[in-house]
Design a protein around this ligand. Structure first.
Ligand code: GLU
Length: 372
C-alpha cells in the first residue's frame, strides 16, 4: 500500500511526527487523537516506521488540577507533567490498541542525548521498538528536567529525535498550516508559504514568536527545529494537525509548509557533533585557519588557534569561532584546554618540544569536525 504525498517529499521509510499540546489537550482532542492514530496506523501498514514526539503532559496535568493557565513555577509544571504524562499515554494506548499497534514510552532530557553512551543506548532502544513494529512515543522528562537539562520545548526534542533515528521526514504538527508572512491568528490576509527552499533572514522574520497559554514554543522554535534537520539532510513539514488530517498535511501544499533539505547527508557521528553534543569550550581561530577549514577541507592545526576558553579534555566537543565571533564549526579535540593553550600559534613540529610528547599534529582532525 502506498501513501499519497506531496511531490517534493522524499521516499519515506522513517518518519518523526511531533504533536503539539493544543492538538492533544483542548476541546475535541479525543477526536483529533483518534484520527491521528488512524492516519498513523495507515502509514504503519504501508511499512513506514514512525516515532511520535508528543507534548501535552503538562496540559493534561493542568486539566487534572483544574489549572487554566500554565503555571510559572517549575516544580508545579513538573508535578503537572507527572500527573499528565501517564494520562496522555493512556489515551495513546487506547487509540493505538484499536489498530493493534503497541506503543513504547521514552522520556528524555538533554543529558541523555549529550552523553555519547546514553545517546547510543537510546538509539538502540528506538531501533528495537521500530524493528518490532512498535510506535515509540517520546516526550521530555519534565518531572526531572531542571532548566539546564530541559529542551525547553518539544520542537527541539523532535528535531533531535529525527536526527537520532535518521528520519527521512520530520513533521511538526501544530495549530496552523505552517509559515505565513504574518501571524495568521491576528490577520486574515496573512499569506501562506507552501515551500521554503532555503532559510533566510526574511523567513525567520515571518516567524514572530507568538506564545500561547498552553504550549511553549512559538513558530520561531519550529523554524529552528526545521533548520536543524534540513541542515542534516532531512526534509521537514510544519503543518496543521488541528483542523487537518495527517494525510492532508503530507499531501496538500495549503496544509503545511515544506522545508527542503540541504544536499549533504551527515553520518550519525557528525550529526551528534554538530547538533547534539554539548560544547565544552571554544577555540577562536585566525582568518587563515578559518579559510583552511571552510574552503580547503583542512584540519585545525595549533598554528591557527588564537584563544582557548573553557576547560576540556581530549575527546571533548568544542565550538570553533572566528575572530569576528561567528561559530563556523564544531569538533572533537585531540588535546585538552591546557595543552592547547600551550601549543596555540605554534607549528605542529613544535608540539613535542612544548608538551614533551606529540600525540597528534592536529588540534581537531577533519574527520571529527563539522562545518555549521
Ligand atoms: N514536554 C511538555 C509537555 O509534554 C511540552 C513542551 C512543549 O509544549 O513543547 O507538556
Amino acid at each position: 500500500m502506498s501513501i499519497a504525498v506531496r511531490k517534493e517529499l522524499p521516499g519515506i521509510s522513517t518518519l518523526v511526527i511531533k504533536i503539539g499540546s493544543r492538538i492533544l489537550s483542548t476541546d475535541g482532542h479525543q477526536q483529533r487523537l483518534a484520527r491521528l492514530a488512524e492516519d498513523i496506523a495507515a502509514l504503519h501498514k504501508a511499512a513506514i516506521r514512525t516515532v511520535i514526539v508528543s507534548s501535552g503532559a503538562i496540559a493534561h496535568g493542568m486539566a487534572a488540577l483544574e489549572l487554566t493557565r500554565r503555571p510559572s513555577l517549575i516544580p508545579l509544571q513538573q508535578a503537572c507533567a507527572s500527573i499528565g504524562q501517564h494520562r496522555l499515554m493512556h489515551r495513546y494506548e487506547h487509540f493505538f490498541s484499536r489498530h493493534n499497534i503497541p506503543i513504547g514510552q521514552v522520556l528524555l532530557t538533554w543529558d541523555d542525548l549529550r552523553s555519547k553512551k546514553r545517546y547510543l543506548n537510546l538509539r538502540n532502544t528506538l531501533f528495537q521498538l521500530l524493528d518490532h513494529r512498535c510506535i515509540p512515543i517520546v516526550n521530555e522528562n519534565d518531572s526531572v528536567g531542571v532548566e539546564e537539562i530541559q529542551f525547553g520545548n518539544n520542537d527541539m526534542l523532535g528535531a533531535q529525535v529525527a536526527l537520532l533515528v535518521h528520519a527521512d521526514l520530520f513533521v511538526n504538527l501544530t495549530d496552523v498550516g505552517g509559515l505565513y508572512d504574518r501571524n495568521p491568528h491576528g490577520d486574515a490576509s496573512a499569506k501562506h508559504i507552501p515551500v521554503v527552499t532555503a532559510m533566510s533572514a526574511a523567513i525567520r522574520k515571518m516567524a514572530a514568536d507568538v506564545r500561547k497559554e498552553i504550549s511553549v514554543g512559538g513558530m520561531a522554535t519550529k523554524l529552528k527545529a526545521a533548520e536543524i534537520v534540513t541542515r542534516a539532510g532531512i526534509t521537514a513539514l510544519i503543518g496543521d494537525g488541528f483542523d487537518q488530517r495527517l494525510g492532508d498535511v503530507l499531501l496538500k501544499p495549503e496544509a503545511a509548509t515544506l522545508f527542503l533539505p540541504e544536499q549533504r547527508k551527515m553520518s550519525s557521528r557528525h550529526r551528534w557533533i554538530a547538533f547534539t553534543g554539548h560544547s565544552d569550550g571554544v577555540l577562536t581561530i585566525d582568518d587563515g585557519a578559518g579559510t583552511a577549514l571552510l574552503k580547503g577541507g583542512k584540519s585545525l592545526l595549533p598554528a591557527g588557534v588564537r584563544e582557548v576558553s573553557g576547560t576540556f579534555k581530549p575527546g571533548d566537543t568544542v565550538a570553533i569561532r572566528t575572530l569576528g565571533g561567528t561559530t563556523i564549526a564544531r569538533g572533537l579535540v585531540n588535546y585538552g584546554s591546557e595543552e592547547i593553550n600551550t601549543i596555540k600559534r605554534c607549528k605542529s613540529s613544535e608540539i613535542s618540544e612544548k608538551l614533551g610528547v606529540k600525540r597528534f599534529d592536529e588540534v581537531v582532525h577533519r574527520n571529527n569536525l563539522v562545518l555549521l
